[in-house]
Design a protein around this ligand. Structure first.
Ligand SMILES: [Zn+2]
Length: 215
């Protein structure tokens, strides 16, 4: 059975613009539902065990309503973070959620063939890929052409370093820039008409997911 948002209000997602939510009502309900799942995860009260019984129940079909595009980091497990069962969430991962062709194609497939109405771009703090790009820009010793990931993350890393004040850690800024950049990139490049694309950041320490505003 397709999982629906149990709340359906827009109060849970204040960072998204009202026009986005009007335009994507079903996706907004799904987003609220996923944020409620994150609340259960943070509270230590998960609804789903995701054990072998559940795996068997969903073996013959899936009805996902959302896709999460996140980093490969081993600490960011989307099904746990949003407290979803088997069959509820499609997850696409690349280091630093760099939207390469395969990732974009996977999200397009999720929308066209599996009917998801929501894509969450989920960044996380202490991201190794983003830190590598920051170090490469800082040291100015790395040739971005020789490293695909550093090349892809060079722009947000250099912008974050340029905008950071004296002594400020540029990593949180670079992370948010990369999330926004990925959201914008998907909106431009992918055939995701009618799909709500939301940016969010996962806090490794608290387990909380926080939406970041559109711009
Ligand atoms: Zn990462």
């Amino acid at each position: 059975m397709r999982r629906r948002g149990s709340c359906g209000t827009i109060q849970g997602v204040p960072e998204l613009t009202a026009s986005s939510l009007m335009e994507h009502h079903e996706a907004a309900k799904t987003l609220v539902s996923l944020l409620e799942g994150n609340g259960r995860f943070v509270a230590g009260e998960p609804r789903y065990k995701r054990d072998i019984t559940s795996a068997r129940q969903h073996a013959l079909g899936q009805t996902p309503t959302a896709a999460v595009f996140t980093c490969i980091d081993s600490r960011v497990t989307a099904e746990s973070v949003f407290d979803c069962d088997f069959g509820q969430l499609l997850v696409v991962r690349t280091a630093g959620h760099v939207p390469d062709r395969a990732a974009v194609g996977s999200l397009e497939f999720a929308a066209a063939e599996l009917g998801v109405s929501l894509v969450i771009v989920l960044g996380h703090e202490r991201c190794g890929a983003i830190n590598a790009a920051l170090h490469a820009v800082e040291d100015d010793t790395h040739d971005p052409r020789s490293d695909y990931l550093v090349e892809q993350l060079w722009q947000p890393a250099s912008q974050a370093l340029a905008e950071a004040s004296e002594g400020e850690d540029a990593a949180p800024k670079a992370l948010r820039l990369q999330v926004r950049r990925t959201v914008a990139d998907l909106g431009r490049r992918a055939n995701l008409d009618g799909v709500l694309i939301a940016g969010a950041v996962y806090d490794l320490d608290t387990g909380e997911v926080t939406l970041i505003e559109e711009n």
